[in-house]
Design a protein around this ligand. Sequence first.
Ligand code: EPZ
Length: 450
Amino acid sequence: MTQAQWPEPPGHDAAGAASEAADRGRSLRVRGGRRLEGEIVLSGAKNSALKLMAASLLADEPSTIRRVPRIADVFTMVDMLRALGAKVTFDDGELRIDPSGPLNERAPYELVRRMRASIIVMGPMVARLGRATIAMPGGCNIGPRRIDFHIRGLQKLGAAIEIEHGFIEVTSDGLRGAVVPLDYPSVGATENLLMAATAAQGTTVIDNAAREPEIVDLAKFLMSMGASIHGAGTSSIEIEGGHALHGAIHEVIADRIEAGTYLLAGVATGGDVTVRGLNPPCLELFLNKLRAMGVQVDEGDRTIRARALGALRPVDVSTLPHPGFATDLQAQFMVALSLAEGTSIVTENVFENRFAVVDELNRLGAGITTSGHHAVVSGPRQLTGSVVEAPDLRGGAALAIAGLVAEGVTEVRGLHHVDRGYEDFDAKLAGLGADVTRVEAGGEAGGAGP
Ligand code: EPZ
């Protein structure tokens, strides 16, 4: 296909100053007191889609990825793939990526700054081109977000790595299979190494690999491209590398974090919410915690229904790598714990600083104190509306849930954080009966809401 045949995707363009300012002025106005009920059809998983997009670079043929959520991070990754030389169109949830032309080796700082997950193109690029120059991803509100496991793993596969002037220079005269033990089951490191290993001559074994469902989804896509992979979803993944990969068609798995977020919105409002599109086992420990709180949870064929049957009970929670309790549901869960009749302890084991939302939740009337990796959540608390600032993606979702319960109106500023990872967030909440209004930068209320 020529460039002319690849129409420009709608929506997000490279973030110029103007669109960034508009982004940052967006907020969600929530009027509390409504009981949420109904069904949500889940979008494709953000934390799978971004990696599948990077993996498409491994073939010199077009690939198609379906059920891709229309969220800011996906548009950023579209910008990244185009900056690297791929042709991309994105229509109605279907991404078509053609990386067959000559590819650039440089991932620009501006895009990596906008989304640190861009580091996930490093493995595919060194696999495909034998070299990559990637801007060092910055930290973010939830921690320094190091990449030492990624770098040490690529070195094990024979890559040479220089870090200078804020860029990572990766070169290789041919990757070679190796045993790569991870100090910690890092999701991103597992994914980068899994993709790089498909081009490494011989056998690679990733030990202490991450086991998230998104890893399994990535492995399925790679196998449909012709890769030989065994053990994805376990802590030891074996890859027979060195074969050329071809294009493929793949549908992204449903977003389990989106599912947990809306189930918690229903529970917090004393409601009855069903999410559709995912296999319940991927949220097993989270669902067991809901049951321990006194929530009725019914698992069906690719559906989960959660109903609050009465007062919520306090429970203690520790976040862990999958299949442990997902750190991406920790902030939202603290809102439900703030309504429980008693004190709960939340321990954050995955990220260094994932309690940034606590101060804002306390401004709404929560009673949470933190010390290091622990948060003590006292309840039940009567929340009251106020203006609050989302510190990050999941913190923003948590503040919206708190607003659904708080007396009066809550304005959640920094909605651009939420729009990075939740497709149609306000419309989906309104579809469950919430009184929510999206307010654009300095503009009038618009979008969903009764
Ligand atoms: C992925 O981040 C997700 N992001 C995160 O979701 C999720 O919270 C996280 O996995 C854990 O499940 C995407 O998939 C885009 P890690 P990632 O590497 O890959 C340390 C959301 O809200 N570490 O498993 O960055 C790191 O500092 C986001 O959707 C190193 O020390 O997670 C962190 O403390 C937030 N060195 C811990 O490991 C490394 O080389 C977990 O990181 C890599 C990681």
